[in-house]
Design a protein around this ligand. Structure first.
Ligand code: NAD
Length: 249
């Protein structure tokens, strides 16, 4: 999708690969500069190199575990010092630790909630001062259709993604007075490393339930994010956009 984001500063978490990297690439193609956040230095630096090859000096790499609130607060200061402001925040970092709730360990529960849900809260806390100063700023949270419909074996993941939707709607109400919009995207099944871990049999079963008949691509999600980041979406806030081939309707 072509929108003009020239001069905008975007922060994308989990941008080292998959959906996050595709979102960052779209932003760079549209003229924005991107703070590429990933859990490891190697991933964020590799991604930033790729982005800087698309447009010189368009990206800087940062390593962060998004579940660490204190580290995120410190990183937030560093990013504002490096870029001067933040116009767009995309909370994309996420993990799965699947298992039936009956047998799920406390650790698997907490890791997923702390990363997927608290990670987004920490990011908002780290950047909210700057975001609230930018007219037309955007927060976009990457939720999941699983947060809308639940899934056996994913109680932790579903709870974290449903929680992100509650966070989105509350922040949308809190930030609306400053012209800042907050929306969520609920991807269906997208071809990435995360879904690549599923067995062929499971993937076939999922495909059979998708009206459009195939998994989505990372660009399908990145294009939806670009729309929600663009001036064209200025009158949309507190919404959940399902990008899922019609799985949930
Ligand atoms: P992925 O596993 O390829 O990428 C996830 C990214 O998050 C990685 O870069 C990883 O390093 C980062 N990350 C994980 N834990 C982190 C932490 N504690 N701190 C910092 N970074 C961390 O997954 P993906 O498929 O690209 O998924 C991206 C987002 O989209 C996730 O939030 C996921 O839940 C969501 N999603 C994906 C699908 C899908 O089908 N792939 C469907 C619905 C929602």
């Amino acid at each position: 999708m072509q929108t003009d984001l020239t001069g905008k500063i975007a922060v994308v978490t989990g941008a080292g690969r998959g959906i996050g990297l595709a979102i960052a690439k779209n932003f760079v193609a549209q003229g924005a500069s991107v703070a590429v956040l990933s859990r490891t230095d190697t991933n964020s630096q590799k991604a930033a190199e790729e982005l800087n090859a698309l447009r010189a000096d368009s990206a800087k790499a940062y390593a962060i575990d998004v579940s660490d609130g204190a580290a995120f607060a410190a990183l937030g200061k560093q990013i504002i010092a490096d870029f001067g402001k933040v116009d767009i925040l995309v909370n994309n970092a996420g993990v799965t630790r699947d298992g039936l709730a009956l047998r799920m360990s406390e650790e698997d529960w907490s890791t997923v909630i702390d990363t997927n849900l608290s990670g987004a809260f920490h990011a908002v806390k780290a950047f909210q001062r700057s975001i609230l100063k930018q007219q037309g700023a955007r927060i976009i949270n990457i939720s999941s259709v699983i947060g809308l419909i639940g899934n056996a074996g994913q109680a932790n993941y579903a709870a974290s993604k449903a929680g992100l939707i509650g966070l989105t709607k509350s922040l949308a109400r809190e930030f609306a007075g400053r012209g800042v919009t907050v929306n969520a995207i609920a991807p269906g099944f997208i071809q990435t490393d995360m879904t690549g871990e599923l067995s062929e049999e499971l993937q076939d079963g999922i495909r059979a339930k998708i009206p459009l008949g195939s998994f989505g691509t990372v660009d399908d999600i990145a294009d939806a994010v670009s729309f929600l980041a663009s001036p064209s979406s200025r009158y949309i806030t507190g919404q959940v956009l399902a990008v899922d081939g019609g799985m949930v309707m």
